[in-house]
Design a binder for this molecule. Structure first.
Ligand SMILES: Cc1ncc(COP(=O)(O)O)c(C=O)c1O
Length: 391
């Protein structure tokens, strides 16, 4: 096994954790020493259907397609996947653009918004994360701008909470009609499961429509059932012009992202855009994504019912826990934020949980629980029992 110093000698790491992964199985992760962890992180919304899901594994094992397809050629499974994605997507999203992951999908969305509107400014949420490309960082938290100095384009920030007051600020920002798009996660997992007030979302959609500003919903983390509906956008009275997806689309078995746009936005992008992607929608990733979307479609009723039941169970258990520091809960399906209002306490509880065999994330003041959507009650209880011992 590589020592810590050997490991960091050649490989750059961001916030490295001292966990050497050996394998995953169901709702568990095992380290190289054989220690078992209940996985309430699932790679941050990647393993929505559990690790080792047989439907997804079978799709990779039985794959007999080409090693690779040049982006200029045609490949029938690309069309099949695009048509599946469009049929599942909310509102009037009609056309898919291929990407290798969430950051590239967001970058394509920004490009499409600029080309379609002829504008270059954006508005996003303060503290948000939309990927690690220069485009993604440009519309993310202000600290990225402070670190990188000259990011791409002007991006105004809206500070949560998302209510009538913040909507008034959006109105001021959009009234010059020079903003290409408002980009956000409809329920922000990266902000500790921040749930906007429905009036904010309806008002935002209305303001965007009136000022010719596009609405980009980044569903990279929330997509595919995480928040209790197939896409979190469905929980609000909005129709996005663009949606970005990635992560759970392959359940972790392949890299993939997609930018999905309405017909007019897609037309602008097809006419003027640049979206060649060498590894965008690799044949193996496509095979597993088709299997994953088939799995979701076939089991959507049961899957979403299970999410609601497990979510209610987690809420009930959390409400009854004797937290040492007062905690508030932000719960949307199986995106669960436990807010301590204290960053170092959240980090302390996260580390303690890991020591005791439970993987959770800490994001700012909050602890994040993101278990698989099909987790069974006994394993959910096992994880929550560990959490209860660590608070
Ligand atoms: C909301 C959101 N957008 C975009 C990204 C970037 O996705 P990727 O890491 O696949 O490039 C992430 C990744 O965590 C994300 O959470």
């Amino acid at each position: 096994m590589a020592s810590k110093s050997e490991e960091s000698q050649f490989l750059a790491r961001e916030s490295p954790e001292d966990l050497q992964v050996a394998r995953t199985d169901g709702n568990y992760l095992f380290d190289v020493e054989g220690k078992q962890y209940v996985d309430f992180l699932m790679g941050w919304c990647v393993g929505n259907f559990g690790w080792g899901n047989l439907v997804l594994l079978e799709a990779t094992a039985l794959f007999e397609g080409p090693d690779y397809v040049y982006p200029g050629y045609s490949y029938a499974p690309w069309n099949e996947l695009a048509s599946l994605l469009v049929s599942m997507s909310p509102g009037s999203l009609k056309k898919c653009f291929r990407a290798t992951g969430g950051s590239e999908a967001v970058d394509l969305a920004l490009q499409a918004a600029m080309l379609h509107t002829g504008r270059s400014k954006f508005v996003s949420l303060e503290g948000s994360y939309h990927g690690n490309t220069i485009g993604g960082l440009s519309v993310g938290a202000s600290e990225y701008r402070e670190d990188c100095k000259n990011l791409l384009t002007r991006c105004y920030k809206i500070k949560p909470p998302l209510n009538a007051k913040s909507l008034a600020r959006v109105e001021t920002l959009l009234k010059e009609r020079d903003v290409a798009a408002f980009i956000m996660e409809p329920i922000s997992i990266n902000l500790g499961v921040l749930i906007p007030e429905p009036e904010f979302m309806t008002g935002l959609a209305d303001l965007c429509r009136r000022t010719g500003t596009l609405l980009i919903m980044d569903e990279v983390a929330t997509g595919f059932g995480r928040t209790g509906t197939l896409f979190a956008s469905e929980q609000f009275d909005i129709e996005p012009d663009i949606m970005c997806v990635a992560k759970a689309i392959t359940g972790g078995l392949g890299g993939m992202g997609a930018m999905i746009a309405t017909a007019p936005v897609a037309k602008s992008m097809e006419e003027k855009g640049h979206f060649y992607s060498t590894y965008g929608w690799h044949p193996r990733s496509v095979a597993v994504a088709i299997a994953a979307l088939g799995y979701i479609t076939r089991h959507s009723q049961r899957l979403l019912k299970d999410v609601a039941t497990t979510s209610a169970y987690c809420r009930e258990r959390l409400m009854a826990m004797p937290f040492k520091k007062p905690a508030s809960f932000r719960i949307a399906g199986l995106a669960i934020g436990v807010d301590f209002g204290d960053e170092s306490h959240a980090a302390e509880v996260q580390a303690k949980c890991r020591h005791e065999g439970l993987l959770v994330a800490n994001e700012g003041d909050s602890l994040l629980l993101l278990p698989a959507l099909n987790i069974d009650r006994a394993v959910a209880a096992q994880g929550l029992d560990i959490l209860e011992r660590c608070i």
